[in-house]
Ligand binder design. Structure first.
Ligand code: NDP
Length: 260
């Protein structure tokens, strides 16, 4: 069968998609965007009630099927068990979005071992555990889309977030490595690198007027991102419109990384 062309190539009808960390924030907007494009979606987080409520809202808003799952992405056994249970219900996923992530801030000399470890586990190891488990079924089937949520911080450094930047830099290379392993099996792995978006993760930065002004001045679009700004890029990378795009990181940052 020939792949669809034109606008039809962006449709996700009949596709299943899991977005990790989609009970709130960026993930919440991403999972609703995939559902609006026709995908049957899985909302995920650690808090079962919160994830179930978000799934019900997404189903209401889009008319697409939305279920919820709960597991800690830093625990490889929990990831394997969670995906196995999900596959038993919906089959091999068509789309995996590795979005769950955290932020920790401190000058480098004061950065604790605990914060380093939890950042690495949540932002990097999780993406590896999920991609490893989900790609097995995708390889057998010969198709699939893996999308990682990186950050402008993979390219631009700022004081007090060196370890966070390191995790997001790792995501860029993990994405290229997944491409190397999986492209021959009909699977595309790409990343989206957001600029600054107002969510729970950036609450303190939004509340800091000087920092908030700096974001507006430093962003050519002269504003903070709206989580809905990320949906177009995600639907593109999740759909067959991007079947020959692989190993790339797409910056959705209002021009921040293009301009000094
Ligand atoms: P939020 O803090 O708003 O949401 C984080 C989500 O991740 C929640 O749903 C949370 O679920 C989940 N999560 C966190 N830790 C775990 C865990 N161990 N196991 C399972 N789920 C977990 O963050 P954002 O929406 O702002 O960020 C989402 C992604 O976007 C992150 O990777 C972040 O680095 C990235 N990003 C964000 C930017 C921004 O400006 N906001 C800019 C650039 C990148 P629950 O609380 O239910 O466990």
């Amino acid at each position: 069968m020939r792949a669809p062309t034109g606008i039809a190539a962006f449709g996700l009808e009949g596709k299943s998609a899991l977005v990790t960390g989609s009970s709130q924030g960026i993930g919440r907007a991403l999972v609703e965007g995939l559902a609006a494009a026709g995908a049957s979606v899985v909302v995920h987080g650690r808090d079962a009630g919160k994830a179930a409520r978000a799934a019900a809202e997404v189903a209401d808003a889009t008319g697409s099927q939305a279920r919820s799952v709960t597991f800690d992405v830093t625990d490889p056994a929990a990831v394997d068990a969670g995906i196995a249970a999900l596959e038993a219900e919906v089959g091999v996923l068509d789309v995996l979005v590795n979005n769950a992530g955290i932020q920790r801030r401190a000058p480098i000399g004061e950065f604790s071992d605990e914060d380093w470890d939890v950042l690495m586990a949540t932002n990097v190891s999780s993406a590896f555990y999920l991609a490893r488990r989900v790609s097995r079924g995708m390889v057998e089937r010969g198709s699939g889309k893996i999308i990682q949520i990186g950050s402008v911080q993979s390219q631009l450094a700022r004081p007090s977030i060196a370890p966070y930047s390191a995790t997001k830099g790792a995501i860029v290379m993990l994405t290229k490595g997944l491409c190397a392993d999986l492209a021959p099996h009909g699977i595309q792995a790409n990343a989206i690198a957001p600029g600054y978006f107002a969510t729970e993760l950036t609450q303190a930065l939004v509340a800091d007027e000087d920092f908030s002004d700096w974001v507006r001045q430093r962003t050519p679009a002269a504003r903070w991102g709206d989580t809905r700004d990320l949906v177009g890029a995600l639907v593109f990378l999740a759909s067959s419109a991007s079947d020959f795009v692989n190993g790339q990181t797409l910056f959705v940052d209002g021009g921040m990384t293009a301009v000094v």
